[in-house]
Design a protein around this ligand. Structure first.
Ligand SMILES: NC(=O)c1ccc[n+]([C@@H]2O[C@H](COP(=O)([O-])OP(=O)(O)OC[C@H]3O[C@@H](n4cnc5c(N)ncnc54)[C@H](O)[C@@H]3O)[C@@H](O)[C@H]2O)c1
Length: 267
């Protein structure tokens, strides 16, 4: 049976671990020719381990905060394929702390990782995506990974809230800009709740060290209990939604925010 993304070319940023890796695996499973990108060296074990189980994936080293790096990746993809059909802007990091304690350099670093990366990916690949979109019935697709923290605020999460809120509205502006100009690219954001990834585990370790009473595992359990369906998400549960948005099954979706949070923001 033909996969629904057969023949499509996809790029995922920050795809060697966590949600990005699961997204790449889901796109691959649906038949896309998937380009995994991340910071690690092409000959590293992490790259070999990530690519091995996938049917049709390759790797490009891409620092998503660096414009030159995006331009080099674009040149390589243009040479190899001539166009792009799916761009997933997944790179992101967290930062917590009281406003009074946040350092400007840490704030700027977070904005570089969470917001600049989405801007640079979109800007650099718009021409190749527009080209891809012309030969697919319902256009090409950009999916930006925001968060439930891009929808609702939380104390001591102001920097992350601001960065993910920016991703949510940048998505909508682009969706409208492209639709108005007849550029065949759909743009949507995905808002995961708590997902079991290296990012979340590191965050819990830092929190546990600060708090001094609960272990990281107890904190994760507490987090699961605050979620209506009483568990964290597995990265694949986000990947499958991204693959849907990338496909023609989401042909009428642009400018939308897709919440995948086990009911967390339903209250
Ligand atoms: N884990 C969660 O609970 C959760 C919830 C909501 C949203 N998100 C968002 O999902 C996305 C992925 O999160 P995750 O938990 O999988 O993170 P992660 O830290 O587990 O993985 C992120 C990947 O991005 C790579 N990366 C970091 N900086 C990079 C750069 N400059 N260029 C290229 N690659 C870079 C890392 O090497 C890593 O492989 C982020 O945008 C995050 O904010 C995560």
């Amino acid at each position: 049976m033909m996969g629904r993304l057969e023949g499509r070319i996809a790029l995922v940023s920050g795809a060697l671990r966590g949600i990005g890796l699961a997204i790449a695996q889901c796109l691959d499973a649906d038949g896309a020719r998937t380009i995994v990108t991340d910071l690690d060296a092409p000959d590293s074990e992490a790259v070999a381990n990530a690519l091995h189980p996938m049917a049709n994936a390759s790797y490009i080293r891409l620092d998503a905060t660096d414009e030159e790096s995006w331009i080099a990746a674009k040149a390589e993809i243009e040479r190899s394929f001539g166009h792009l059909d799916i761009l997933v802007n997944n790179v992101g990091a967290d930062l917590t702390g009281k406003v009074q304690d946040l350092k400007l350099e840490d704030w700027r670093r977070l904005m570089a990782l969470n917001v600049d990366t989405v801007f640079l990916g979109t800007k650099t690949f718009q021409p190749l995506l527009a080209k891809g979109g012309m030969s697919t019935p319902y256009g090409s697709s950009i999916i930006n990974i925001s968060s439930i923290m891009g929808l609702v605020g939380m104390g001591e999460v102001s920097a992350y809230n601001a960065s993910k809120g920016a991703v949510r509205l940048f998505t909508k502006s682009n969706a409208l800009e492209f639709a108005d100009a007849g550029v065949p690219i759909r743009v949507n954001s995905v808002h995961p709740g708590f997902v079991e990834t290296p990012l979340l585990l590191k965050g819990m370790q830092r929190w546990s060290e600060r708090d001094g009473t609960l272990t990281p595992q107890q904190l994760i359990e507490a987090m699961a209990q605050t979620t209506p369906i009483k568990r964290l998400a597995q990265p694949t549960e986000i990947g499958k939604v991204v693959a849907f948005l990338a496909s023609d099954d989401a042909s009428y979706m642009t400018g939308s925010e897709v919440v995948v949070d086990g009911g967390w923001t339903a209250r």
